[in-house]
Write a protein that binds this ligand. Structure first.
Ligand code: ZN
Length: 278
């Protein structure tokens, strides 16, 4: 092909010799001038490409995802028995609108624990790009009812919803478990399978991120299925409950009272949700 390009009078520049010379010249030229010759970093097209690549890297993993976190109970529920004891329909039965929740033996309330962990998880999820909505604005109010807690996730069409709780069981019981919905011929049926995936991802992330043992008193391998929880039965979006442990167990309670542990737990919960949404 090179021969075809060589015309009369250009004979000395034709053939292999010219190519060899050009290579030699390029090899001897300073690095800067070689870069200029190729100009990948300075041409507008290259700069645009580089910017697009940077934007791709910066794009957050949960951008566009909506997560509802439901910190169980509320700090002032105990002051409003009439409100929280009102019976509501959770499809499989009638239940109290809400309950006070439990506490550690020395008075750290489950409502405060749930609120704290939810906010730590929310922060981690927002940092990953998610839109996060909590079902209550503070820990000094009452409610909302369990029916409303489910409705909040449904209304925003959450990609995932998680209720955060801790148990009040016998003192020797300990460890965490995740509760997933069962089919009930009701609102939750279409999302039972996705909720199971969400539950397993959260179970795995909490185990890996906190080293909490699986529950010794409920479920199998940290997983349980129930049809009596309004927050699950009425959910039309993938949803699980996390029972982080037993507040009446000295070992679990000591962990729950430690802000560093709650941070690990919140981050682990967020990671489980992120895995599911990925
Ligand atoms: Zn609870």
């Amino acid at each position: 092909m090179a021969v075809a390009l060589c015309g009369l009078g250009a004979a000395t520049a034709c053939g292999g010799t010219q190519g060899a010379d050009a290579q030699g010249a390029a090899a001897e030229s300073p690095a800067g001038s070689r870069a200029d010759a190729h100009t990948p970093a300075t041409s507008p097209a290259a700069a645009e490409l580089e910017q697009a690549e940077r934007a791709e890297v910066a794009k957050k993993p949960l951008a566009g995802k909506v997560v509802v976190l439901d910190p169980g109970h509320n700090g002032a529920n105990y002051k409003h028995p009439k409100i929280i004891n009102r019976l509501v329909d959770v499809h499989t039965q009638k239940k109290a609108c809400d309950t006070t929740g439990t506490s550690t033996n020395d008075g750290y309330s489950e409502a405060a624990f749930n609120w704290d962990v939810a906010n730590r998880a929310a922060k981690a999820l927002r940092a990953a790009g998610a839109t996060v909505k909590l079902t209550r604005p503070s820990n000094d109010g009452v409610g909302p009812c369990i029916t409303e807690r489910a409705a909040i996730g449904n209304k925003v069409k959450a990609d995932a919803a998680v209720s955060i709780h801790a148990d009040g069981a016998g003192a020797s019981a300990h460890g965490f478990h995740v509760i997933m919905p069962k089919k009930i011929n009701g609102p939750v049926d279409p999302v039972v399978a996705d909720s199971r995936r969400l539950g397993i991802d959260i179970r795995d992330a909490i185990r890996a991120g906190t080293n909490l043992p699986y529950s010794t008193y409920i479920g199998r391998q940290g997983l349980d299925f129930r049809s009596d929880l309004g927050g699950l039965n009425l959910s039309t979006v993938p949803k699980v409950f996390v029972e982080c442990g037993n507040m009446r167990n000295p070992s679990d309670a000591a962990k729950f009272k430690d802000p560093k542990f709650r941070q690990r737990l919140g981050v682990a919960l967020a990671k489980g949700i992120e895995k599911y949404l990925g």
